[in-house]
Ligand binder design. Sequence first.
Ligand code: MG
Length: 267
Amino acid sequence: MNDNIHQKVGFLLDMDGVIYKGKKLIDGSAEFIAKLKEHDIPYLFLTNNSQRTRRDLALKLTRMGLETEPESILTCAIATARFLAEKKPDGTAYVIGENGLAAALDRNGITVVDDDADFVVVGEGRTINFENIEKAVRLVAKGAALIATNLDTTCPTDEGIRPGCGAIVAMIESATGIEAFSVGKPSPVMMRMARKTIGLRTDETIMVGDTMYTDVLGAVQMGYRSVLVLSGHTHEEDVKKYAYKPDLIASSLGGIPEGFFMIKKPE
Ligand SMILES: [Mg+2]
């Protein structure tokens, strides 16, 4: 917040189950974003979806009635690409996944190859076949580093769940005996990158999500405040199954009381 009365805060906002569900904006989310804009409170949308580019996602939000710039979105595909580019500039990757992932790697100078890869990078998608898995397993067995964009085991769709990136990664891990390194939420790699992107300090950062083991866990590990919203797939009674807790449980983004984030500075 850029006034002198309130303590500075900023928001990291999960998308699916927080901003929208399926093809519909969740009630109150547009008003919440408008409030953040009005008070100059920085925010960044975060998603473990590596299938779509942030341009696609920005367009999706804009079409639903929430005007969004691609720069306001951080996907796990972009986080993965930046992370790998830092580790090995001009590296090569064999990719299991879709357009969003390949585009992010390419834009960050990682060449997508079919053989002799430094990394095997796994995202989710519906075009994966057994040949891809076989190739990935052989490359990892030969020494390529196994990188997951995220470890979510399922993806929500309008028709129900489908296997997520974590389920695909598990197959390769099982065949090779090698554990993947994951970059997406709750990994500190993506959580820290997100905070830095909007110029926040740890104690100024609030993460809002609908999933305990990604959004809330990621925040707890980083020392951010966290809000669990019940507008996605988590029910309030599910919270007791976890050893960590969010700082606040709200029905939806619109249900977060102003007093939670608009805190007056001590005189
Ligand atoms: Mg979500």
